[in-house]
Design a protein around this ligand. Sequence first.
Ligand code: ZN
Ligand code: ZN
Length: 75
Amino acid sequence: MILFIPERKQCEHCHEKFNKLDNLIEHLKNVHHQSVSKCHNCGKEFLHEKDRLHHVREENERKADARRHSKTGMK
Ligand SMILES: [Zn+2]
Ligand SMILES: [Zn+2]
């Protein structure tokens, strides 16, 4: 499986580096008051709207998949 989202864990404003993306997001929110995109399903936060959309699409696919597996014998 190929992941298209590059893990950028450096602040674009002050170039501070972070070990975790979560920490970078917290930093951007608290220090630079940058708005982030939030998943309405699980509350996960994303730096860019396209990252959130990608995540939501994967979530929906997983949900659809679970439905397919639980309803066997359906044609
Ligand atoms: Zn910063
Ligand atoms: Zn989610």
